[in-house]
Design a protein. Structure first.
Length: 499
């Protein structure tokens, strides 16, 4: 037994408690948040190193072995998600020091961020469905407060829509958990995988699977109940939007991948076809909405929806290569989408607006910031040799191998429309001449501006690095996909006593 799997939960919880104890010392809160985030990243890298050969890191809390007690299990997919969450936490901790005003920090941004990370990491490492539900509620509570922090009218309107749809999702999830427990007598995911495969209630299992699909689909921002996302994500400060865009919907996607590769494999032709249809509609609806907006964060927010469609496409195809593409796309999208929100916040910091019609000339004024945006934007559109190109190429090849011509055509069309949207932002914000009345609100010293840009530079380097080192990245994704396609290793590690 090793203790590593519990550390991603305990560390942010301890950090949040310390931040609350020193709630009057805002500078110390910032230092604590950055230190805790860095420690989380180190632990996550350690878990990735431990699991990279296919080992499943398992901890039976309190010594109660599965399925009687609480089990934490980390495989290759979980470990890479923990690393990405750690990277994002470090970046947002640095960025928030410059982006957030004092009242929002005073009202608890940093402890709330750490509680959110606790819920996110808990969802990545938990081995049973009830604790997955608990982790969703923890991150939902923290994210709702973060979304409303500041009390501005657009924030409150967005937060109401956010919490209403997510509560519906939680109700569906809890109902599905109850039915599943009544059928199987357990909520441990490894034991559920065995019981469901051996059971004879095919129709009831399929019904519960659809309930889980709807619950996690809402949390992931899938069609048709995704409208809470573009209504809420553009309303808080950029640091909060970046945190949400990188993590929250990805927890829903992770949960979809986990349950539909481990538990609900009894009717793959129907269930995965349904997922594939949802992926195509999600891609199209998101990118078409983006084409109609002229506000930078709204465009990026609805693009989250279309990008979720690509990630779920790999799950819908449900082949080894397709799942590898999904894992690569998850990593790429978390890095790139977070970076684009950080750049958008920097633009607002400089000029006081996200309105494309009121912006311009930043390519001449801030060439470094312009290049950071351009690289991430082109990666999102799938331009080679950046990370988005290899992620999309893997999914397209997987679709062609399955002769899924329609979803491949949709993916290619959406990629072109994504390029159009990113080009629109580039043309309005960076390339066209600046309006005469455009102010310069940047109060930072050159040293502070350099530190402010560091998270964006780091994410840009990672985006380029994924493209340059596509071979090793693909090999890792292939191994992780192999674990998902053959879950026997996960089941044996959890039910056999762990490592």
């Amino acid at each position: 037994m090793i203790l590593l799997p519990v550390l991603p939960i305990i560390i942010p919880l301890a950090g949040a408690i310390l931040c609350m104890l020193f709630r009057r010392n805002l500078a110390l809160q910032r230092d604590l948040a950055l230190s805790v985030s860095t420690l989380l990243l180190i632990v996550a890298v350690g878990l990735m190193a431990y699991t990279r050969d296919g080992t499943i890191a398992v901890l039976h809390v309190g010594g109660w072995e599965a399925p009687l007690g609480i089990t934490l299990a980390v495989d290759m997919l979980s470990s890479v998600m923990l690393v990405l969450a750690g990277l994002l936490a470090v970046a947002v901790s640095v960025y928030a020091c410059f982006d957030l005003d004092t009242p929002r920090v005073k009202f608890g941004f940093f402890p709330l961020m750490l509680i959110l990370l606790m819920g996110v990491n808990g969802a990545f490492v938990t081995g049973d469905l009830f604790n997955l539900y608990v982790c969703f509620e923890v991150l939902l509570t923290a994210s709702f407060i973060l979304l409303a922090l500041g009390g501005e009218r657009p924030q409150l309107e967005g937060s109401i829509k956010y919490v209403a749809l997510n509560l519906l999702s939680s109700a569906l999830f809890l109902a599905g958990v109850g039915i599943l427990y009544g059928m199987a007598g357990t909520l441990n995911m490894a034991e559920l995988a065995v019981v469901v495969q051996q059971g004879e209630r095919g129709g009831l299992v399929t019904m519960v699977a659809v309930m889980f699909m709807m619950a996690f689909g809402i949390k992931a921002g899938m069609f048709p109940l995704y409208f809470w996302l573009p209504a809420s994500y553009p309303t808080p400060p950029a640091a909060v939007s970046a945190l949400f865009s990188g993590l929250l919907t990805k927890v829903g996607v992770y949960s979809l991948i986990r349950v539909f590769t481990l538990i609900f494999c009894t009717d793959p032709e129907f269930l995965h076809t349904l997922i594939l249809i949802g992926a195509g509609l999600t891609m199209l609806s998101g990118v078409l909405a983006a084409a109609s907006h002229y506000e930078m964060r709204k465009i990026l927010s609805v693009h989250i929806v279309s990008q979720i469609g690509y990630i779920v496409m790999g799950l819908g195809l449900f082949t080894h290569l397709a799942l590898a593409g999904t894992i690569i796309y998850l990593a790429h999208n978390i890095i790139v989408k977070t970076n684009l929100f950080l750049v958008a916040g920097a633009v607002n910091r400089l000029k006081g607006t996200y309105d494309l019609h009121k912006l311009g000339g930043l390519y001449k004024e801030r060439p470094g910031l312009s290049i950071l945006f351009l690289i991430s934007a082109m990666s999102l559109a799938g331009v080679p040799p950046l990370s988005g190109f290899f992620a999309k190429l893997t999914l397209i090849i997987a679709g062609l191998q399955q002769e899924a011509w329609l979803i491949v055509a949709v993916a290619l069309i959406v990629s072109l429309l994504t390029l159009y949207s990113m080009t629109k932002i580039w043309a309005y914000v960076f390339w066209k001449p600046a309006p005469n009345e455009l102010p310069d609100l940047n109060p930072m010293t050159p040293a502070a501006w350099f530190i402010f840009l560091l998270p964006m530079v780091g994410f840009t380097v990672i985006t380029i690095g994924i493209g340059i080192f596509a071979g090793p990245v693909f090999d890792y994704a292939q191994s992780a996909a192999g674990q998902l396609m053959d879950p026997s290793g996960y089941i044996n590690a959890v039910l056999g006593g762990g490592e």
